[in-house]
Design a protein around this ligand. Sequence first.
Ligand SMILES: Cc1ncc(COP(=O)(O)O)c(C=O)c1O
Length: 408
Amino acid sequence: MAEINFSTMALRLRRTEIRELLKLTRKPGTISFGGGLPDPAIFPYDAVEAASTRAIRELGRLALQYSPTEGEPFLKEQVSAFLGRQGEKAQPDEMIIVSSSQQALDLLSKILIDPGDPVILERPSYVGTLQAFRAFGADFHSIEMDENGIRPDKLESAVASLVSKGRKPKFVYLIPDFQNPSGVNLTLQRRHEALAIASKYDLLIVEDSPYRELRFEGELIPSIRSLDTEGRVVQLKTLSKIFCPGFRLGWVTAPPEVLEKMVMAKQGTDLCTSAFVSILAAFLFKDGHIERQIEISKRLYAKKSATMIAALTEYMPKVEGLSWTRPEGGMFLWLRLPEYMNSLEMISDAIELGVAYVIGSCFYADGSGGNEMRLNHSYPSEEQIVEGVKRLSRLVERRVASGALAVG
Ligand SMILES: Cc1ncc(COP(=O)(O)O)c(C=O)c1O
């Protein structure tokens, strides 16, 4: 075989532990709390079939063609109208259609990150973002969170310290709604504070918000973008969680200079997002199917989340240091184990017991944080949730017993 001289970027790429784990969870009988997948039982198959027929019959000449790199205009109009109905304004020319949010993360890295550039983000944060930014050599500065999201005091001191060393962060990356992995929301007050810090130090904020519409409890909090009066927010949205990930469809709203560079970067990546899927999605928006699906998803995930929390409360051993978040929406909760437990070390036992989760350390830029696990409630059935939590509880009990032995 030829000797292959990989690029510096290729050499930075690592296998993600999540993907490796997901392979293990395909073992028959394993209950997976691992992925961030919608429940396929509620995918609106008939509506998608009808819209795809319509896309071909009514707009086939466009649907089977390339679309503009900025995105199919019919879809952009529908997205703009949808955002308006959600109380979030964006004109079609303020957005670019992307092949889902993961592509947006890659394009943003392409246009903003040089090797060694400081990037600020929450601690923990979405593993796919770490992967995308790491490929471009980002220097991660992870900021502590609490139950109200990223800590503004810590954010400001990290920014101030970098700025004082002449290393202004390229941007602040936040997942303000039902954060992945913690399930936590950034409060309104803190959204204002994050914007004030961004304004003081003249920073860009990247707001990644795939779960926002999946709120099943409490009040909707305005997006950071909608609170911004200075044009310093890039917002990433996707149909993956609110409709279906199979479409690979999303959009980015951003200041004009950012959009222009993203369009140029996208040309080199894939020329354009699928026109067929874009037109299909535009019909689905127009006929109200996306909003209907959001309502159906919210009702189902509210039940599933409640089932998971009830099962954890009932079956988990009552030990110090064991706790979990109570999300008001989205797809995950974040379970904290006692300090002496390590969810990576526990995973092979978990697989043997027939249950899977994502290990906490995946979500830390520096690989720290061993005693947490991310649990997904949207994909498994309610019966599986209860059985999976029973298995997890057995796993934790075993560790409690061996921890007690070690201490004793
Ligand atoms: C915070 C966050 N951003 C981006 C993505 C990528 O989503 P997609 O590429 O399917 O739109 C995910 C998926 O889990 C996510 O949780």
